[in-house]
Design a protein around this ligand. Sequence first.
Ligand code: BEZ
Ligand code: FE
Length: 258
Amino acid sequence: MGDERTGLIVGDILEAVRDVIRRHRVSYPEYRRAIEFLAGAGQAGELPLLCDVLLESVVDETTRQAPGATDSNVEGPFFAAGAPELGAAAGDDEPVRLPMRPDEPGDPLLFTGTVRSTDGSPLAGAVLDVWQANAAGRYSRFAPGLPEWNLRGRVTTGGDGRFAIRTVVPHAYDIPGEPHTAQVLRLLGLEPHRPAHVHVRLEAAGHFPLTTQVYFAGDPWLEHDVVGAARPSLVTKLEPADGPGFTCRFDFTLAPAG
Ligand code: BEZ
Ligand code: FE
């Protein structure tokens, strides 16, 4: 982003904040308390979470979506670069397994689909970087006591653009109770719930990358997502599997670049 645009945006933010100070006649103690709050959130490493909860879905909405592509969705604060490369499934019967504990709690889930270009042609060799909460609603690398890459991995599509991933059904979760974020949500009267979802970042040669999430029909929090990110176009259905657990299918479409 160029200096000129940054200056314009920073100027507008300042003008908006000055307007709030004037309208509410913010007092000196209130002003100092606000600065202490921001400094404390920064020191606690909580600003990414706080900003993603309150602001990121607006950035996602206003970022131009590639026509014909699957809707994008917020990345959120729990992505970690460098997840293990898991290769391609040999078919729905031999899915790629996300790294998980031998006794990983939760319902087994087979997540399948096809990645296509907007003209309908399947995209072989597309990479899906997948990350999700576990059945207790917690993310590896952010919650203590979980193996580093638990329920995270990079999966490649086969020659027919298909992928098949063995995982567990993620649980809906509450935004972790970090004190600054919790305090803001309480002040705003917001419940901290997010519907269950699987995050996916897709990349394929010659196509715009896509960051999105897949949600599940019937989740009571779809209508009450504190982040305001859940979209009907990204909802799929959990179907009972032949064996234990569930299957779900979601096809992704990527737009050609240039
Ligand atoms: C998430 O999808 O995990 C998330 C997104 C925005 C804020 C917090 C969490
Ligand atoms: Fe998430």
